[in-house]
Design a protein around this ligand. Structure first.
Ligand code: UDP
Ligand code: MN
Length: 578
């Protein structure tokens, strides 16, 4: 009896186990089936529109588009600032031309010695196709051994497709970690949140609209291996907002000017000669960089008082240099960044333009107060609105500065900014002339920069006050940097000295070099004495053009609202003319 019972129990256990096994097998099959059908369904959603070979090798994506398709493109560009319609049709795994300097291709980095990285990408409302291309390029062009993980932080996006998350999880299951912030905290705090999750020793921050290229990672890591307080930046190439072409960007030394605009100066001579060796980058542009995790947190990450975006790249760059680190740009590493159309303004908050501007101004003020010492006044002279904005509590930042024994801003100017100070001097020597530029042959007409594209200056009826015209488009300055400037833009000559445009000022003379001949009243383009051209009115076209200089031609005579004759006497003292 006893034995019989035992046998029965055993039998039941065996039968139970068989059922359990079969049940699990079924469940597993169902699960894999549901996963693979999700993948293919989602694949259909996210990749079905792809046109093979479109934009391959990073070439401009061209096609024989119908009028309807062209309108769809234009519409997407109005909404996002780039051609999102086209982006959906370019393979997320498109090929890119390898534009590295040839010596970069020969460099050998022993992968076993290099540290692995946690890539941190934050996004707020990014287009799915663009985000997907960022991730795909990372996966296909990063050595497996070096990529520990990609941490994708969704910074409170209200409109990101929920299916996207499943898709990413299925497509990049091994390396991708998704982290959703329910309310938007802004890119600085979102990056810090991502960094806090990171497991690798090096953090690699990227924007959500980039494409990495072959061999991009190793050269960014080796300077950090040499010195763990180094932050490295790649050369940033351009992904065209209209046709998604991948275009070569230039190596540069980044700075901010005295209005906190980000600017790029040419490399120093010795740096240019040593290309593609890494060179110092005084201020990084901010979106794409590698930094040791421990060093990043020793520096306090980003100042917690900085909101949404703006000035964070200045804060981190200054902190890095002044508190014992360095930033190197590494020309052998190239990453493409999708820049939005110039006139497109992204609004990251829904609180309206003025409150967003206030927020950014507050960020600026914080950085200036903590890091610029007495030089902040130079900034405030150009940005008086910063002085009436409350910076909030800065105690923590000041403590950090003390604790890390950080150097004063003057050290930065003395050691890294000699070239910058030549172009953006602390004391401006004063401008040569300003006010309206009135045609002497058609005195009712004045030069007008116009605010619309294409960027050709025009002629319009003169404002009544020639020194301080009521129309800002008629206000011109012949600056101490030899530019003819109106607002933020400068007169620029292109196309073999024929066309004249208004374009962003670059302060590098060249195609923006102008002088005024006080005897002949000519506005003269060109530094080199043999290649000068003169600005001439075309009253019938309400426009201007460039012609050979002829002192007898009345159409080449102009009058400034105010001219500083003392300064004009010495105009050519410090400029070469051959
Ligand atoms: N971003 C974010 N939260 C914000 C604002 C921006 O996560 O509140 C992300 C944005 O999606 C992008 C990165 O931060 O991936 C940098 O922003 P953006 O590209 O607009 O800066 P830009 O390249 O224009 O300087
Ligand atoms: Mn960006």
């Amino acid at each position: 009896m006893h034995q019989k019972n035992l046998l029965l129990v055993l039998l039941l256990v065996v039968i139970g186990s068989i059922f359990y096994y079969l049940y699990n097998l079924k469940l597993e099959r169902e699960q894999t089936e549901s996963v693979s059908s999700t993948t293919s369904q989602l694949q259909a959603v996210f990749e079905a529109k792809v046109i093979p070979q479109l934009g391959a090798l990073g070439r401009p994506a061209r096609g024989n588009w119908t009028a309807k398709q062209l309108e769809a493109m234009a519409q997407s560009q109005r909404e996002t600032g780039y051609n999102a319609w086209l982006s959906e049709r370019i393979s997320p795994e498109r090929t890119l031309y390898d534009m590295r300097h040839r010596s970069c291709k020969k460099l050998d980095y022993p992968a076993k010695k290099l540290p692995s990285v946690s890539v941190v990408i934050t996004y707020h409302n990014e287009e799915a196709s663009v985000l997907l291309r960022t991730l795909s390029s990372l996966r296909s062009r990063t050595p497996e051994l070096l990529l520990r993980e990609i941490i994708l932080v969704d910074d409170g996006s209200p409109t990101v497709d929920p299916k996207l998350k499943d898709f990413f999880q299925v497509k990049f299951p091994d390396k991708l970690r998704l982290h959703r912030l329910d309310t938007q905290v802004g890119l600085m705090q979102a990056r810090v949140a991502g960094a806090q999750l990171a497991l690798a020793d090096v953090l690699l921050f990227l924007d959500s609209h980039v494409e990495v290229t072959q061999g991009w990672l190793e050269p960014l890591l080796s300077p950090i291996l040499e010195n763990n307080k180094t932050c490295t930046t790649p050369i940033i190439d351009t992904i065209d907002y209209e046709n998604l072409a991948y275009r070569r960007g230039k190596p540069s030394r980044g700075f901010f000017d005295w209005e906190f605009n980000y600017i790029q100066l040419p490399l120093l001579k010795e740096e240019a000669v040593a290309m593609p060796a890494p060179h110092q980058n005084p201020i990084m542009s901010g979106g794409l960089f590698a930094i040791g995790r421990q060093w990043f947190f020793e520096l306090g990450g980003y100042d917690k008082g900085l909101k949404i975006w703006g000035a964070e790249q200045f804060e981190l760059s200054l902190k890095l240099w002044l508190c014992g680190g360095r930033i190197l740009e590494v020309p052998c590493s190239r990453i493409g960044h999708l820049y939005r159309e110039g006139s497109f303004k992204v609004h990251y908050t829904d609180k309206g333009k003025s409150s967003e501007e206030k927020l950014i101004s507050r960020n600026y003020r914080r950085v200036a107060e903590v890091w610029l010492d007495e030089y902040k006044d130079k900034l405030f002279a150009n940005m008086p609105h910063l002085t009436v904005i409350q910076a909030g509590n800065l105690a923590e930042q000041r403590q950090l500065k003390k604790r890390l024994n950080c150097k004063p801003f003057k050290w930065f100017l003395d050691n890294l900014a000699q070239d910058f100070l030549q172009v953006y001097p602390l004391k401006d020597p004063g401008d040569y002339a300003f006010g309206t530029l009135q045609s002497m042959s058609s005195p009712e007409l004045c030069l007008d920069r116009t605010e619309t594209e294409p960027s050709r200056p025009q002629l319009s009826p003169c404002s009544s006050d020639p020194t301080f015209p009521s129309k800002p488009e008629q206000q011109w300055v012949l600056t101490n940097r030899w530019e003819l400037r109106s607002g933020f833009r400068c007169l620029e000559v292109r196309n073999k000295s024929v066309d004249v445009h208004v374009y962003q000022c670059h302060r590098q003379k060249g195609n923006q070099f102008w002088s005024y001949d006080t005897k002949t009243h000519q506005i003269v383009f060109g530094q080199n004495a043999n290649a000068r051209r003169c600005l001439e009115v075309e009253p019938e076209k309400h426009g201007v053009t460039m012609r050979d200089c002829d002192p007898n031609q009345a159409k080449q005579r102009w009058k400034f609202g105010y001219q500083n004759n003392e300064r004009l006497k010495h105009f050519w003292d410090n400029v070469k003319t051959n």
